[in-house]
Design a protein around this ligand. Structure first.
Ligand code: ZN
Length: 446
């Protein structure tokens, strides 16, 4: 099946329900940078699409960093002066500061307070906090609960191991005829947060599952990794073959109802940047394009100057711009099947546009060739015949061997999929020859 057929035939409502159901199952798992919560999440992911899982040992040098110790939590609670448990990580994963060192202590209300995190502005929500690279312990709780804690002696317990182990990452490579790769990367380190980041995981898993059923020219590499250290680790392990990556997208925040936002790669006008912008423009729905900034998700690492990969980030509402972000309110009610399905569809449209691109030469460039004689005029009636004719004329006029279909799409305002149809018809009529693959040009620096 071709990608455009897959786009037409996919049952989007069913995909949305499947993604929402997957997120509901993955939501309670105790994910972190490392540990069994990540492995359990990947086991669930393998129900959607087969993955190659790699365990990278603690202490492995990765670029300027090193793989951290593995963290696994067994219990975390605070007992109040009356002996009752007031905060318990069993009730919500966010209650414990991620990567907390073990602790068993009795302390005063004031001493305890130095280890508490809450949000005065959102007093009913539990914040998401971590301390990956500095040894600490702590608890996160609603501000209202924190304020209600009386004076007296508290008992705290965090039963966790922070020990030599591994960092777990997973990938799925869907090889096409071309060795040029499209990198699709998403983080998997957030516990009990639905939009950031389970929506990204669910959409990428289902995108991979759909793509497996389709013919594709390019190769696709899906990465499921902990944020920052995961992309650093993957880049360190693949330093010599990142040149194959012709384009890439970092996926996150894809389940809320916000408009799509595209953050350009560091290069700014790479083929992926132009393709996503073309697809978003052609849809006629509100969207926003943002220039590259050196903060955000793993595009920071892919776009570090030594690699400078053509990797942008395609999200709905960007991180930090919705009130539920990094709080317990980023729960299952924030993500909806129709929004997940819309995101999945947009990603597939972008991949279809990348696949559709190509460079051609007009074999009859002196004057317009007679299209009617070749059955290329007016096969379809009405307005669509006019559109088809325009697409044929644009492709013929611009195909001097230098312009790609994306160039023609940008110049003409005609969707690249329609131009590709026209190019296929013209090639079949002997009027057009397909030249090299434009992704090759994209893989090297402009
Ligand atoms: Zn986050």
């Amino acid at each position: 099946m071709k990608l455009h057929e897959l786009l037409a035939e996919t049952d989007w409502a069913a995909q949305g329900e499947a993604m929402q159901a997957w997120i509901a199952r993955a939501y309670p798992l105790p994910r972190s940078l490392t540990g069994d919560g990540v492995r359990q999440t990947l086991a669930l992911a393998q129900e959607v699409v087969p993955l190659a899982v790699t365990e990278v040992p603690t202490g492995t040098p990765v670029l300027d960093w090193e793989v951290p110790r593995e963290w696994n939590l067994r219990a975390a609670w605070i007992k109040g002066p009356d002996g009752r448990i007031v905060v318990d990580a069993r009730a919500h994963n966010l209650h414990v500061l991620g990567y907390s060192v073990p602790v068993a202590a009795r302390l005063s209300r004031a001493e305890l307070d130095a280890h508490l995190f809450s949000l005065p502005e959102q007093p009913d929500l539990i914040p998401y906090r971590t301390s990956y690279y500095r040894e600490a312990w702590g608890f996160c709780l609603p501000h209202r609960l924190r304020e209600s804690l009386p004076e007296g002696e508290y008992e705290v317990r965090i039963e966790a191991t922070l020990a030599t182990g591994a960092l777990t990452l997973a990938e799925a490579l869907l090889a096409g005829a071309s060795e040029h790769e499209v990198l699709l990367s998403t983080h998997l380190c957030h516990p009990s947060l639905a939009n950031d980041n389970l929506s990204g995981l669910a959409v990428m898993l289902h995108l991979a599952a759909l793509l497996r059923q389709a013919e594709h020219r390019l190769s696709y590499r899906f990465l499921f990794i902990p944020g920052t250290i995961g992309s650093l680790t993957w880049l360190a392990l693949h330093r010599d073959d990142v040149g194959r990556i012709a384009a890439g997208l970092v996926a996150a925040n894809l389940g809320d109802g916000g408009a799509f936002h595209y953050k350009r790669s560091r290069r700014g006008r790479a083929r992926i940047d132009r393709t996503v912008e073309h697809v978003l423009r052609a849809r006629g729905e509100p969207y926003e394009v943002m220039d590259f900034v050196p903060f955000g998700y793993d595009e920071r690492q892919y776009c570090s100057p030594g690699f400078d990969l053509a990797v942008g980030s395609l999200t709905r509402t960007p991180w930090g711009r919705y009130p539920e972000y990094h709080t317990s309110a980023d729960d299952l009610s924030l993500v909806r099947p129709q929004h997940l399905a819309g995101s999945l569809r947009l990603y597939l449209e972008v991949l279809a546009a990348l696949e559709a691109d190509g460079r051609y030469r007009n074999l009859s460039p002196y004057g317009e060739p007679q299209l009617g004689r070749r059955g290329l005029y007016g096969a379809i009636g009405g307005g669509s015949a006019k559109d088809r004719e325009l697409a044929l004329l644009w492709v013929l006029n611009q195909s001097d061997g230098s312009a790609t279909l994306l160039d023609i799409a940008e110049r003409s305002g005609i969707a690249i999929g329609r131009l590709r149809q026209a190019a296929d018809e013209l090639a079949a009529a002997g009027l057009l020859a397909r030249l090299d693959e434009p992704a090759a040009a994209a893989a090297t620096k402009p």
